[in-house]
Design a binder for this molecule. Structure first.
Ligand code: NAP
Length: 480
């Protein structure tokens, strides 16, 4: 199968924070890949902007190094890199200052799509938005891209939304949650809504429970100062896990269009019951790597792990719990959404024949793919012995080598910005609803003076998280 690449319209993309870590590791490699694939047209231009005083040639050299560092060698074709670097330009601009804006205006072209990537801390969003307007740079159809964290509670998210709304309409604002750009996450929607097979079973009558796991092998990894103010709840659950939960639990939107999809996701967040303290486990890694040694505050009560049991209070999901967990320093890196179906209503086979419930797992990383376990007869003459086997579909195996690499989330999302498609971006009200649900949980921990429980670095998480499942007669899937 050959991938079909449809070039996007020519664009001017300004990356504020063009000298930063995100630009280097994600944004620029993603743009280069889209260029190599023929999706980013020759007329497109990328303008880096940050306070660092340098010219376009120096920035292009820095970008060149980043591409070599973050892309596999075989992708670094010299001629392609040269052609890509020719599309780059740079301007020293301080978001809080007045210099450089006139020059930026001079560089923007009429008749091409205009996008501004705010790859800087959120405290600069207001200054950037205000100056882009004051200097008459942003057109009415310009797009802005903003990164997580989008606030640290409801009040700050509302304030950020209000600041952006002073200068841009909601249709211009692209709030990135890169989990939504992952191929498998989009495939979750394809599977649910592109097949007649699953949707009739996708409810409390047939689904016993759902597990959503995002496990990381690394610790806070040099981001201790930021992470310690945030914790797993703010850094992972409020955004990434919540988005995965929404896509799994939502009703079918009437079309695969931005507001239709986002309306349905919002309904899921609003249907979430408050979580009882007994249904949440917070952990901190200890042992050969220790959270308290990775952050500055030796008495920190910030969680590096969280497991929780949630209920979506609506007709579809009444009685089907959703178990979420995420943590750092776990035994392996692995993210998946797992739908555990119920047992058959009546078994015609012997009790010990080996009949198992169906399990559908959607793997986000590593090895993006989908796996459905079904029961079959064990081959051979030994009577009716049953085994559950995978109907495994790894994308690379199923689609063949011609399909090319599975694109990184940023490749898809940046191209969607240029195409003007907001389906895979969070709307302001969604983000606020997620914080409105998260805030009381965090406030409860504070009010009760709760400390996270320890878990061994390299383990599957705290014992208490295993118990959260065991007491319901269930168990977490192994993280492999
Ligand atoms: P970073 O490495 O600290 O880079 C910050 C960038 O902002 C630099 O280019 C810096 O360049 C520029 N900058 C700082 N102050 C400025 C000012 N007053 N005017 C103009 N430019 C200014 O941060 P990052 O990791 O790239 O993160 C950028 C944003 O993405 C943050 O909001 C972060 O939370 C978010 N994010 C990052 C990651 C990641 O993996 N890195 C992942 C998800 C989200 P100068 O010093 O030259 O001005």
């Amino acid at each position: 199968m050959v991938s079909r690449v449809i070039p996007v319209d020519p664009f001017d993309l300004v990356i504020f924070g063009g000298t930063g870590d995100l630009a280097r590791r994600k944004i620029l490699p993603a743009l280069f890949r889209r260029f190599s694939d023929g999706q980013m047209p020759e007329e497109a231009r990328i303008i880096g902007a940050a306070r660092t005083e340098q010219d376009g040639a120096a920035w292009a050299e820095w970008v060149h190094k980043a591409l070599k560092e973050f892309l596999p060698k075989e992708e670094c074709d010299k001629a392609l890199i040269k052609a890509f670097l020719e599309r780059l330009d740079y301007l020293p601009i301080d978001a809080m200052g007045e210099g450089g804006w006139k020059e930026l205006k001079g560089k923007m072209r009429d008749g091409v799509t205009q996008a501004f990537y705010f790859s800087v801390g959120p405290s600069l969003f207001g200054a950037l938005a205000e100056r882009l307007h004051a200097h008459g740079i942003a057109r009415e159809d310009a797009r802005i891209v903003v990164e997580k964290p989008f606030g640290r509670d409801l009040a700050s998210a509302r304030a950020l939304n209000a600041t952006l709304a002073e200068h841009f309409n909601e249709t211009q604002i692209y709030r990135i949650d890169h989990y939504l750009g992952k191929e498998t996450v989009q495939n979750l929607m394809a599977i649910r809504f592109g097949n007649v097979l699953f949707e009739p079973l996708w409810n409390a009558q047939y689904v016993d429970h759902v597990q959503i796991t995002v496990a990381e092998e690394v610790g806070v990894d040099g981001r201790g100062a930021y992470y310690d103010k945030s914790g797993a709840m703010r850094d992972m659950v409020q955004n990434h896990l919540m988005q995965l939960l929404c896509l799994t639990a939502m009703e079918p939107p009437n079309r695969f269009e931005p507001d239709a999809v986002r309306d349905e996701k919002l309904k899921v967040i609003r249907a979430l019951d408050p979580v009882a303290p007994a249904d949440i486990v917070r952990g901190q890694y200890v042992g050969k790597q220790s959270y308290l040694e990775d952050v500055e505050d030796p008495s920190s009560r910030t969680e590096s792990y969280i497991a929780m049991k949630l209920h979506v209070s609506n007709w579809r999901w009444n009685g089907t719990p959703f178990y979420l967990r995420t943590g750092k320093c776990m035994k392996a890196r692995g993210s998946e959404i797992v739908i555990h179906f119920k047992d058959t209503p009546h078994s015609i086979f012997e009790e010990d024949a080996g009949n198992k419930a169906n399990v559908l797992s959607i793997r986000l990383q590593p090895n993006e793919g989908i796996d459905l376990r079904v029961t079959i007869k064990e081959p051979g003459p030994g009577g009716m012995r049953l085994v559950d086997v995978p109907l495994d579909m790894s994308f690379a195996d199923a689609l063949g080598p011609d399909v090319g690499h599975v694109p990184d989330a940023y490749e898809r999302l940046i191209m969607d910005v240029i195409r003007g498609n907001q389906t895979l971006f969070m709307r302001g009200d969604e983000v606020e609803a997620a914080w409105a649900w998260t805030d009381p949980i965090i406030e409860g921990w504070k009010a009760r003076g709760e400390k996270p429980v320890p878990y061994e670095t390299g383990s599957s998480g705290p014992e208490e998280a295993l118990m959260l499942m065991h007491r319901d007669g269930r168990r977490w899937r192994d993280i492999v």
